[in-house]
Design a protein around this ligand. Sequence first.
Ligand code: TXE
Length: 499
Amino acid sequence: MITLTSKEKNLKNFINGEWIEVSSKEKVYNPANGEVLAEIPNSDAAAIDMAAESARIAQKEWAGVPAPQRAELLYKVGIKMKEQKERLSQLLTLENGKVIEEARGEVQEGIDMAFYMAGEGRRLFGQTTPSELKDKFAMSQRCPVGVVGIITPWNFPIAIATWKSFPAIVSGNAVIWKPSSETPFMAKALAKIFEEAGLPKGVINVVYGSGATIGQAMINHEAIRVISFTGSNETGRQVATECGRQLKKVSLEMGGKNAVIVMEDADIDLAVEGILWSAFGTSGQRCTACSRVIVHKDVRKELENRLLKAMKDLTIGDGLNPNIKVGPIINQAGLDKILKYIEIGKEEGANLVTGGKQLTVENYENGFYFEPTLFSDVTIDMRIAQEEIFGPVVSLIEVNDFDEAIAANNKVKYGLSSSIFTQDVNRVFKAQRDLDTGIVYVNAGTTGAEIHLPFGGTKGTGNGHRDSGVQALDVFTEWKAVYVDYSGKLQRAQIDTDA
Ligand code: TXE
């Protein structure tokens, strides 16, 4: 068990390079034992006015700093994150509950993102193209949008923040960040690292508070030109509707109903390992979590038996204990949601093979634990096979052949991640073409995205934008087309082309 220092506990907004006290507070809990960790500011909308004003001024200067210098600062951020990796990981487990090994992986993702985006400072490529006219030069370039707002969830409190803030900052924007109230320590730690690395004041601002007040104030503020949001489908739709009304650019990532497909020629042991890691890692609270297993009828029984056996070996408890494989659920609301879906599954006629209950862990009686759960005899139209549960619950769906498997994968409103286990190269290529998700894995589970590729999905998962990868720059930049005519006469495009 780690203990928070009094400095770490002292949570304040970070606006214009200053740590600002907020009198209204709410408690934040450790999901492993239900104990109060600290009090987090419950800001009002005036904090956004203050942050937007500071960001507006800071951005003008920041955009004038050459991009390679902006990038150097991100590089320093990466170095500092690396130096502090273990402490950051422990704090992450403390506030979020995920097991320490996964927390280290998440912090590493942030470090990777810092170095990757630092590289972008020497690229930020535009294009030069031939002009249709003589003695004329044509090019396009990326320009910062200005002040951007990022709204992040609790399930990847540092990785998602880096996917959004790093490309924004290297592109010359200033950022206002509202982290989830469940996970305030990662936000404080990252802001502190930016401060130590020497980011000019006002380029990043952290404002704690509720979605309804602070999220809404960000959306409504005229200085904030982009909102990048990760969270639930319901909230994302609301955010997009509000942004649409104001013609504000919005990027959404809203989760998934991800499937692992296991064909009859699959390496079953490998498939079981892949399912375990992607279904029960972060206690099933990943947007890419495997919550459906679509299995060929010839290997259904064998897969079910081996999966069940492997699930029995999962250790559940405090994520800070390195022997634990599955940590707690984020809070009581998360548990209630999972319990609701267990009842729905039973009513729909699915067979509850194992799990399905809240769990009490010795010495952690007030923690939010849930048994790893397996439903079989699930059909694709059942709600447990359609809706995001966000917990350690897997549904087995039996299919007759490859085509049925692809169709079952695609028959959900989400489109984030999918995976197929097979040894057949022809099926591999057909699957990567026909699976309609933004991410496809072959002979691996549904999680494990690398930061230099685009992250995001189709259909109800998003609205066409991507976090991470070079594509993340598109969210935080505008394209400018520039024409330089050095002919000394007025040449008219589309008219004087024969001259
Ligand atoms: O999400 P919310 P919650 C899903 C998952 C989970 C459910 C609820 O199914 O069980 O969402 O989690 C801010 N305007 N995912 O309640 O409400 C909020 O403060 C602007 C999947 O945490 O979507 C937080 O910072 N912002 C997901 C962020 O939005 C608002 C990850 C997400 O909160 C707002 C998390 C508003 N009106 C949850 N209301 C994934 N894609 O992985 C809230 N927020």
